[in-house]
Design a protein around this ligand. Structure first.
Ligand SMILES: NC(=O)C1=CN([C@@H]2O[C@H](COP(=O)(O)OP(=O)(O)OC[C@H]3O[C@@H](n4cnc5c(N)ncnc54)[C@H](OP(=O)(O)O)[C@@H]3O)[C@@H](O)[C@H]2O)C=CC1
Ligand SMILES: CC(C)(CO)C(=O)C(=O)O
Length: 341
């Protein structure tokens, strides 16, 4: 693929929060982008265009007529790069829809949470180059097709010439991005942060307020420690994502509030209303990604004969919340008691 990035058509498959934010940022940088998503986003784009804003005050508006948003897969075969941004439960079905439609030289990049999506895509798309990616920041859909970056954080993409071109373009428009030769470590490092997604479903609080609740932080510390134990037994070294090295996350979380607020000031730079993507799924009546986050820990634990009661308890509570369609709004101390039983 000896073309420049401006000659390559980027497809965003699953144009929701991450897809519209990353795709919109690449379009802002001058790349041709085609979005594939749902009618509820398409109709908002038609009526008001695509709006991207950020907690640091940046704003970008892409006019409706400049946004090529499709609610079917027509023209997918013209894409040279495909960013897969669907939630993990949709990866298999999505990959099957791509197989035999996209060109063998299309580079497919997963920008999803969880550690297994790239393997699923690879198994279904054996002729394509499939790269792992990871997004460390939070994006929320506000009113209409307005997508808001609520935290700091970087995008990582597995090292490859196409990844380098995308990273350059993202950095040029102020979206931090880098390539990595070791995405397994990056994905497990991110999964440590995503252990909070399930807790955010259970707390019924915005992320910032929940992080200021010491009992919720203690619950998260238990999850992180249990997961690090499994990773150690399996010989996996998670990468440092954010400011704290993996081994310091739990001790920092356990600090009293006054000290935590100082030591973890960057972790608390979150919009007051931001919630985890799993909490969005509960509100929108969708499936949860819990099986791909805490469930990945349970799966790895089984391989190394480790027991993971804390992750298992969180999975059960989150599955129950999704079955009922609402958060149990657990007090931090009640959750902690259940986990320490
Ligand atoms: N939001 C965030 O802050 C972050 C999210 N992530 C991860 O990024 C990934 C994407 O999350 P997010 O952007 O929040 O998800 P969203 O649900 O906002 O966006 C995904 C969109 O893709 C649509 N979709 C699903 N299947 C298809 C298909 N076959 N064709 C076209 N559209 C489809 C979904 O529709 P439908 O509603 O029908 O499912 C939905 O509108 C997840 O793995 C998430 O964990 C990572 C970091 C932060
Ligand atoms: C950015 C973060 C860690 C928290 O919002 C996330 O990945 C998510 O919401 O899924």
């Amino acid at each position: 693929m000896a073309k420049t990035i401006d000659e390559l058509l980027i497809g965003v498959l699953g144009a929701g929060s991450i897809g519209c934010f990353v795709g919109g940022s690449l379009q802002e940088s001058g790349c041709p982008v085609r979005y594939f998503g749902r009618e509820h986003v398409a109709s908002d784009v038609r009526s008001g265009g695509l709006r991207l804003t950020s907690h640091d005050g940046q704003a970008t508006d892409l006019a409706a007529e400049a946004v090529d948003f499709r609610t079917d897969l027509s023209g997918l075969e013209e894409c040279n790069i495909l960013l897969v941004c669907v939630k993990s439960p949709a990866t298999e079905v999505t990959a099957d829809a791509l197989a035999g439609v996209i060109r063998p030289d299309t580079v497919v990049i997963s920008l999803q949470n969880g550690v297994a999506n790239t393997d699923v895509l690879k198994s279904r798309l054996p002729y394509n180059t499939v790269l792992a990616g990871m997004v460390a920041f939070n994006v929320a859909r506000l009113e209409g097709a307005h997508f808001h970056l609520g935290t700091d954080g970087e995008i990582y993409i597995e090292d490859h010439p196409v990844a380098r071109m995308l990273v350059d373009r993202l950095n040029a428009v102020g979206v931090s991005a880098k390539t990595s030769p070791d995405m397994k470590a990056v994905l497990w490092g991110k999964l440590l942060l995503n252990l909070n997604n399930g807790l955010n479903v259970l707390s019924d609080m915005p992320l910032r307020r929940q992080l200021l609740d010491r009992d919720y932080r203690r619950a998260l510390a238990l999850l992180v420690e249990e997961t690090l134990g499994v990773l150690k037994a399996a010989g996996v070294s998670p990468a440092k994502i954010g400011k704290a090295p993996p081994g310091l996350i739990a001790p920092i979380l356990r600090l009293p509030n006054w000290l935590f607020e100082r030591v973890a000031a960057s972790m608390l730079k979150i919009d007051d209303k931001a919630r985890s993507s799993m909490r969005d799924d509960l509100d929108r009546g969708r499936k949860s990604e819990i099986a791909f986050i805490n469930g990945a820990v349970v799966e790895l634990a089984a391989k190394v004969n480790a027991s993971v009661p804390v992750n298992a308890a969180i999975i059960a509570l989150v599955e129950d919340a999704f079955a009922k369609g609402q958060s149990p709004a657990l007090e931090g101390r009640d959750l902690l008691k259940r986990l320490q039983r």
